[in-house]
Design a protein around this ligand. Structure first.
Ligand code: PRP
Ligand code: URA
Length: 207
């Protein structure tokens, strides 16, 4: 299932990040800010435990997060979302999966993996700004499940019906949170209207 984060503050930033005239510095700042807002919503139902805290006045019954959070950026573009989540959950651990889409086949090719052991029993948050065909996200979830993860959510900035469908079919237990569910993919498998190549725009590698 996909959850659209339709808050005006997120949608305003989305309008700016989509703009072709937004340069890589501002693009990076916006990716971080948008991610933080989406993550705030996505963690609404995270496991908590009741704790008692002594205030200067009396004892207070409070709630604290009660799961190991592991953020897993899909390299490279996922890196652009990492800081936003770590500002919200500074104690989160970080795993990495390197995938790129083969230009001809459009299928994900894996080139790097490193995960903390807390993916087993913890909550994994897969991050990638673009969930297009869904191939990269589904492959990342496959690998995390192979390694023993069983509580996984996905946070992306822009997705589309084709990508959601693929991930939902392969992993019906995984919720996808996004700031936009766009219309479609074009013949190059880019999201339309989307925001272009997220990795290139984040890191200034486009011409
Ligand atoms: C982009 C994007 C996703 C993937 C989405 O990465 O960041 O990882 O494409 O496409 P999909 O849903 O069709 O798999 P890209 O392959 O361009 O690599 P990069 O992050 O290194 O730029
Ligand atoms: N990867 C991107 O960066 N953008 C798209 O629209 C599709 C895949």
């Amino acid at each position: 299932m996909a959850v659209l984060i339709d808050h005006p503050c997120v949608q305003h930033k989305l309008a700016v990040i989509r703009n072709v005239d937004t340069g890589h510095k501002r693009f990076r700042e916006l990716a971080k800010e948008i991610t933080k807002f989406i993550c705030y919503e996505a963690l609404k139902n995270i496991k908590t435990k009741i704790v008692t805290v002594q205030t200067p006045v009396a004892e207070a019954t409070c709630r604290k997060i009660d799961t190991n959070i592991v953020v897993v950026p899909i390299l490279r573009a996922g890196i652009g979302m990492l800081e936003g989540i770590l500002e919200l959950v500074p104690t989160a651990r970080v795993g990495f999966i390197g995938l790129y889409r083969d230009e001809k086949t459009k299928l994900p090719v894996s080139y790097y993996e490193r995960y903390p052991p807390q993916i087993r029993g913890g909550t994994c948050i897969v991050i990638d700004p673009m969930l297009a065909t869904g191939g990269s996200t589904a492959a990342a979830i496959d690998r995390l499940k192979d390694e023993g993860a069983d509580d996984i959510i996905v946070i992306c900035i822009v997705t589309c019906p084709e990508g959601i469908e693929l991930v939902e079919k392969a992993h019906p237990d995984v919720l996808i949170y996004a700031a936009a569910i766009d219309e479609k993919l074009n013949d190059k498998k880019y999201i339309v209207p989307g925001l272009g190549d997220a990795g290139d725009r984040l890191f200034g590698t486009s011409h």
